[in-house]
Design a protein around this ligand. Structure first.
Ligand code: CTP
Length: 417
């Protein structure tokens, strides 16, 4: 099966704070129910208590013994078992998080209508905690106006509905509708479990984030590139989704699994990224240029491989300037749109950062020191957030997800002002 989103559990962030949370996992009748087994394992192995509430029909895909064994808890689908414990109320009231994965079109419709005809929908109606739906279905069902209206209703009520991934579906067809990779779903849930007052604060915001490093072709085999891994941009996407945003990720040459819920657009060169970012930024509330963009590209692209036997001496590579995408985005921004840039510096970091902020004209500039052992390809980073109003905030060294959350805090306070 082809799956652009596959990743190994070893890439998963852990439940860093070591606090046990009570999670209800609703499972609906879709083939992707088997992927929820992996999600239960990731959640329990990181110390959380998971109660699985499958719909009756979902047991055709994965049976009750599997859920009981994986979660260590008894499993019920209706409200008539252990009635003395009042499970239809207790489960929702006592949960720290309710996740429905996979969520079918039918369950989204029942949840949007407020129906309470099984244990899962009762739990959804009594939940006092964040509720996450991870839909999985055929593309036609996902795109149907009825499903989209139900999704909008649920989002409007504060639920996080994670956009399905694109890829192979149940049959031989492909399209949007896959349940995201369980490790990536887990990563979003893990961020959500750690969030407090920031919960859902980016809901309704459409955010476009560029990530990775551009490659400028010399010939069909060779290119000029840089060391950016895309980790910071991907951490920004993951954390924004956990805070309720709709995220489009424009990725240049990134070899990481796609964050659950992000719409992925791949590009390679600065020219591609320029066209894509200008196109996508029209509809965005926030645009973040986290990508490392090549300032120059070879002036002459050679259609066939340059052979060393043809050259007595290597020819110098003549370069021409690439557009400054961040500046173009600032020039074309619409009222109310917020634009965030990054500055990767090796020396005089703050001084360069301040002059870059003035030169680029963006609202926030995230300044970080880069070098052989700093930032590039590493899971951690440190940064200073410079704002166009003259304020600044230092973010201490920590996981790139923590840097990302500090950036979203600054973005959120500006969106609210
Ligand atoms: N950037 C861009 N287009 C470019 C170069 C950079 O949009 N052609 C963006 C980057 O994505 C980043 C910001 O501009 O958000 C600063 O990038 P950086 O490489 O630090 O700075 P440069 O503009 O390249 O300036 P210098 O080379 O002088 O450091």
């Amino acid at each position: 099966m082809s799956n652009a989103n596959s990743s190994s559990p070893s890439s998963v962030a852990t439940n860093g704070e070591g606090k046990t949370k009570r999670i209800v996992l609703g499972v609906c009748a879709g083939i992707a129910a088997y992927k929820a087994c992996e999600l239960v394992r990731l959640l329990t192995e990181s110390g959380h208590e998971v109660v699985v509430v499958p719909t009756r029909e979902s047991l055709n895909f994965v049976g009750e013994p599997t859920w009981a064994a994986l979660s260590g808890h008894p499993v019920a689908t209706d409200v008539w078992s252990t009635v003395h414990e009042v499970p239809h109320v207790r489960l929702g009231q006592s949960a720290d998080l309710v996740v429905v994965a996979p969520a079918t079109a039918d369950t989204l419709a029942r949840a949007a209508q407020g129906l309470a005809n099984d244990l899962l929908t009762n739990t959804l109606l009594t939940a006092q905690c964040p509720v996450v739906f991870a839909p999985a279905m055929h593309t036609e069902m996902w795109e149907h106006p009825a499903t989209q209206a139900n999704v909008a209703t649920l989002r409007g009520r504060g639920a996080i509905v994670i956009e399905p991934a694109v890829g192979r579906l149940t049959g031989s067809d492909s399209g949007k509708g896959r349940l995201p990779d369980p490790a990536e779903l887990y990563a979003v849930l893990n961020r959500l479990l750690r969030s407090g007052p920031t919960r859902g604060d980016l809901s309704g915001q459409h955010i476009v984030i560029s990530a990775g490093g551009t490659r400028e072709s010399i010939d069909p085999v060779r290119y000029l590139g840089n060391r950016s891994s895309g980790r910071q941009g991907y951490a920004l996407a993951r954390t924004a989704i956990a805070r309720g945003a709709q995220v489009t990720l424009v990725a240049a040459n990134v070899g990481l699994p796609t964050p659950a819920g992000a719409e992925l657009v791949t590009v390679s060169s600065a020219t591609d990224m320029h066209a894509t970012m200008l196109d996508l930024s029209h509809k965005a509330d926030v645009v973040v240029m986290a990508a490392a963009v090549a300032d120059f590209r070879p002036l002459d692209y050679r259609e066939s491989k340059i052979k060393k036997s043809e050259l007595a001496e290597p020819d110098p590579i003549r370069l021409t300037k690439n557009p400054d995408i961040l500046r173009k985005l600032v020039e074309k921004r619409h009222p109310g749109q917020l634009i965030v840039g990054f500055a990767a510096e090796t020396d005089n970091v703050l001084e360069h950062g301040l002059s870059k902020l003035a030169r680029k004209g963006c609202d926030l500039l995230i300044v970080n020191e880069v070098g052989a052992d700093l930032a590039f390809g590493r899971p951690d980073n440190a940064a200073v957030i410079l704002a166009s109003d003259g304020s600044r905030a230092s973010v201490p060294r920590g996981p790139k997800e923590d840097i990302a959350d500090a950036i979203w805090d600054s973005v959120h306070s500006r969106l609210m002002s």
